[in-house]
Design a protein around this ligand. Structure first.
Ligand code: ATP
Ligand code: MG
Length: 241
């Protein structure tokens, strides 16, 4: 469904991604791990064209997004959830959620409000609809950001450290929502430093280092029987899984 081929990304002379190959099938929950600064966020940003790759291909359902100059049609199928939520502070929860689909003409305002309320109700957040982001907890903000992504009916959602800005007691409510979405069959790519979550939740794990995929495998293979020396070193420094 999603294929990344020979992806390279430089920032000036700095080579961040040397040569990335990655295949994601429908329904996969893929965890991306690796040392800080190894390019995990850059990879996600290249996949949805927030950064234009230096070379290589990002193919979604047979279309190379890198070639598609407007990227809009295909990009719309890729949702993204950020560490810092990126909600508009001067808009209410409901306004934040309906903004993109109504602006792009994908839904009428009435239809968008109906859908937004339905999604909020499903996760017991319907009472928050008229509040502003500063009135919400971190966990509530992140769940609203996830609902906003779901409104676009994406085929895949990219999560860049969705829980790392949250107080520990709020992490569960966000990961529970991610579990619920996964159960419904969503394809996900997740960057996280929460190894325990990655280990338990992801069907496949990719270890990124030195600009390439050093090792990939099932969660069990990566965490219980790592082969690459750098992966072994990376895991030995982390003791929370
Ligand atoms: N817009 C940019 N301009 C220049 N350099 C950048 C830019 N974005 C990222 N980089 C550099 O690219 C490298 C990879 O950054 P990236 O944010 O992708 O790493 P990461 O693996 O997500 O790290 P972390 O785990 O700390 O979030 C870093 O050295 C960073 O400084
Ligand atoms: Mg990052």
């Amino acid at each position: 469904m999603l294929e990344v081929k020979n992806l390279k990304k430089n920032f000036g002379k700095k080579v961040v991604l040397k040569d990335i190959d990655l295949k994601v099938n429908k329904g996969d929950i893929v965890g991306i791990i690796g040392p800080s600064g190894c390019g995990k966020s850059t990879l996600l940003r290249c996949i949805n064209m927030l950064e234009v790759p230096t070379s290589g291909e990002v193919i979604l359902d047979g279309n190379n997004i890198v070639d598609d100059k407007s990227h809009t049609e295909t990009r719309r199928k890729i949702g993204m959830v950020f560490q810092q939520f990126n909600l508009f502070s001067h808009k209410t929860v409901l306004e934040n959620i309906i903004l993109a689909p109504t602006l792009l003409g994908l839904m009428t305002e009435k239809g968008a409000i109906r859908e937004a309320k339905k999604l909020l109700k499903e996760i017991d957040l319907e009472d928050l609809a008229d509040l502003y982001p500063h009135q919400l907890s971190g966990g509530q903000k992140q769940r609203v950001a996830i609902v906003r992504t779901l409104m676009m009916n994406p085929e895949i959602i990219l999560f860049d450290e969705p829980t790392s800005a949250l107080d520990p007691e709020m992490i569960g409510e966000v990961t529970n929502l991610m579990r619920k979405i996964a159960k419904e069959g969503m394809t996900m790519l997740i960057v996280s430093h929460e190894m325990n979550f990655i280990k338990k939740f992801c069907t496949r794990v990719v270890f990124l280092s030195d600009g390439v995929v050093k090792e990939e495998g099932t969660s069990k293979e990566i965490f219980e029987n790592p082969k690459d020396e750098k992966l072994k070193m990376f895991l030995s420094k982390i003791n929370n899984y």
